[in-house]
Structure formats: structure tokens, C-alpha cells
Design a binder for this molecule. Structure first.
Ligand SMILES: [Fe+2]
Ligand SMILES: [Fe+2]
Length: 359
């Protein structure tokens, strides 16, 4: 459902969308830099050094450059998009850019605030990659005259403080689910090139291999600190898994045109992505969400309906709208809580952590 207030028709709209925080928008983070500085990767040294050699090799150094016809192709294809699809695509570009830039800012800030050589070097490589990703997305916004001023975004956005362990759980998951989302889309356009409605999707495979490697880095950090994967922390892992999966489901179902234009059904796309992510997270998490539990899908649907009702209330405004929004937000929280108690599957961690992106 579309509301005029949500639409991106000017560079100011794009900037406002990137800066404004809501439950489903990408956030910016700060953390405890002294604790980051104190991390040791000695328990995973061999795997760590192999990974750092990959970063140093930088096999994507020449990837994020647009070929000659990129802008023309983008504009010619955009002219054929329906207004709904165009809006969803712009929304996708803005929120992806915000999320890439969020990583870039966080990794840069950690790098600036630690002297630990392993963590500094890692953060420098990851910030390098995210800066390329953000710049590449911004070029596509600039084709429409909607480029975002990243310096202004960095200054204006609200920063949320997260303890390092929450950064690890949340960022690990967002890197890995980001990989799964992009590779699933890339595979779809490999099969159906006639559906590809923007040239940017041709870049997704090598792009998401960067995200995959970023996720590997956090997996190794967590495996080097096994207390993060035991005891009460398992409850946090469950929380982050569910929050990340549920957010994605609600968002993809709120704006389904983008997936439909790709020839994908949002529900099967999301479950494919969950299954890929579940397979990957076996490298580090002691629990996996039970995707096949009958209550899992049913409650995701309930959550989506609650979010839509809350959104209608917000759009209606006034006292009645406010009450409607409050009621359905509480209902959504109750559904989320119910989902939290769906039994999870336990997972024995493998002897070695590293995986190759084979999906
Ligand atoms: Fe990225
Ligand atoms: Fe990343």
C-alpha cells in the first residue's frame, strides 16, 4: 500500500528517507571500542590469516565500476517501470545505500578507535568494501537526480549504542542474510534475464561475495570467544535471528511489487533466503529457527497483518489513527513474543568455521 508521504520524488525525500529511523529502516551504530580493542583472534588464527589474505588480495577491486552503457540502460528500463515498481525500487536503493553506509561508518569508527592490529586491519578492509557498495548504489540514485549526501547522512542520522556482542550477532546476520538475498536474486535473473529491470543486478554475485566474507569475519570473532555462543547468550541469538527474519518478511510483504517484478513470490523468496541463511549460520550459532514449524509461517503472516493495520493507523492520523496504530503495534509485539517461544533446533558447531559462498 502506498502513501504520498512515503514517496521519493525529490532529492530531499531521498535524504529524509535515509535519515529517518523506523522499526524497519537500517540504523547506525556505535559500540564499546575498548572492548573491541581487547578482542583476541588467537584461537582461530589459521582461519583468520587465510581470510585476511583474501581481503588483501581484493578480488573485487575493479568490480564496482559502471560500464559505458549503464546509465542509459538504467534510464531506458526505468521508463518502462510502473510507478509502484519505480517507487519500490527507489526505496530499495535508498535503504540499501543506508545499510551499506551504516556498515562503512561503523567499521571506520571501530578502526579509528582501536590499536589491536587484527581488528584494525579487518575494519579497514570491510569499510573499504562497504564504501564501494554505498558509492555504487549512490551512482544509481544520481541517475535519477536523487543522490544522497553521505557526509550529511553521517552527521544527521541517530546512532544506536550496541554492546559488542549485539554488534556481532546483528551484523553477522545482516551480512549473511544480505548475501542470501542478493544471490537468490542473481540466480533468478541468470535464469530469466528478460525480467532484469535494472543493470545493477548484474553486479550482485561478486558484490554479495564481499558480504559473505564480512559475515565470515564475525563468525570467526564469535568462535574465538565461545562464551558468546553459550548460556544466556543463546537467548540473545534466538532474539536476533527472529528479529532479522521477521523484519525481512514484513518488509518484503509490505512492498511486494519488487519481488513480483523479479518473477519471485515474496513468501517463497523469503523462505529460500531463510533456508540459505540457516545453512550458513550452522558455522557459528548453536540454535537455528525451525522454519518448518507450522506456527512459524502462520505467525509471520499475522505479524505482517498487524504491521499493515498499524501502518494504516499511522497514515490515517488523528486520535483514532493513533489508537489504531498503538493497538496493532502491541498486537505485533505479542505475536513476536509468541514466535520467540517456538522451539528451536539445536546445532553442533563444526570443527572449522570457514565456508565458501556456494549458493
Ligand atoms: Fe556491503
Ligand atoms: Fe558487508
Amino acid at each position: 500500500m502506498h502513501h504520498a508521504a512515503d514517496e521519493i520524488t525529490s532529492v530531499e525525500d531521498a535524504a529524509r528517507k535515509a535519515i529517518t529511523d523506523n522499526l524497519f529502516s537500517p540504523r547506525f551504530y556505535t559500540t564499546d571500542y575498548a572492548a573491541m580493542d581487547a578482542l583476541s583472534v588467537e584461537p582461530v588464527r589459521a582461519e583468520w590469516d587465510a581470510m585476511m589474505a583474501e581481503y588483501e588480495g581484493d578480488n573485487n577491486h575493479d568490480h564496482f565500476q559502471r560500464d559505458a552503457g549503464f546509465a542509459d540502460e538504467a534510464l531506458a528500463l526505468s521508463a518502462k517501470m510502473s510507478p509502484e515498481l519505480k517507487q519500490e525500487f527507489l526505496d530499495f536503493l535508498v535503504s540499501s545505500l543506508t545499510s551499506e553506509f551504516s556498515g562503512c561508518v561503523l567499521y571506520n569508527e571501530i578502526k579509528r578507535n582501536v590499536s589491536n592490529p587484527d581488528i584494525r586491519q579487518l575494519m579497514e578492509y570491510m569499510a573499504r568494501d562497504e564504501s564501494r557498495h554505498a558509492g555504487f548504489l549512490n551512482s544509481s540514485l544520481k541517475d535519477y537526480g536523487l543522490g544522497i549526501d553521505l557526509g550529511n547522512l553521517k552527521r544527521s542520522k541517530h546512532y544506536t549504542y550496541f554492546k559488542p556482542k549485539y554488534i556481532f550477532y546483528a551484523t553477522y546476520l545482516s551480512e549473511k542474510i544480505g548475501y542470501a538475498r542478493y544471490i537468490r536474486i542473481f540466480r533468478q535473473f541468470e535464469k530469466h534475464p528478460e525480467l532484469r529491470f535494472h543493470p545493477i543486478f548484474r553486479w550482485f554475485q561478486r558484490w554479495c561475495n564481499d558480504e559473505f566474507r564480512h559475515g565470515e569475519s564475525f563468525a570467526l570473532i564469535m568462535r574465538a570467544h565461545p562464551h558468546l555462543l553459550r548460556g544466556g547468550n543463546v537467548l540473545w541469538i534466538r532474539f536476533f535471528l527472529l528479529a532479522v527474519y521477521a523484519t525481512m518478511y514484513v518488509r518484503d510483504h509490505h512492498r511486494p511489487e519488487l519481488k513480483q517484478a523479479m518473477g519471485l513470490d515474496p513468501t517463497s523468496y523469503d523462505f529460500d533466503v531463510f533456508r540459505i541463511t540457516n545453512e550458513i549460520t550452522r558455522q557459528v550459532f548453536p540454535v537455528l529457527l525451525d522454519l518448518d514449524h507450522p506456527a512459524f509461517h502462520a505467525n509471520l503472516e499475522r505479524l505482517t497483518r498487524c504491521a499493515a493495520r498499524a501502518d494504516e493507523g499511522k497514515a490515517a492520523g488523528g486520535l483514532a489513527g493513533g489508537l489504531k496504530r498503538a493497538f496493532w503495534s502491541v498486537a505485533a509485539a505479542a505475536v513476536f513474543a509468541r514466535m520467540y517461544f517456538i522451539p528451536v533446533k539445536s546445532n553442533a558447531l563444526p570443527a572449522t568455521t570457514r565456508l565458501v559462498p556456494r549458493w
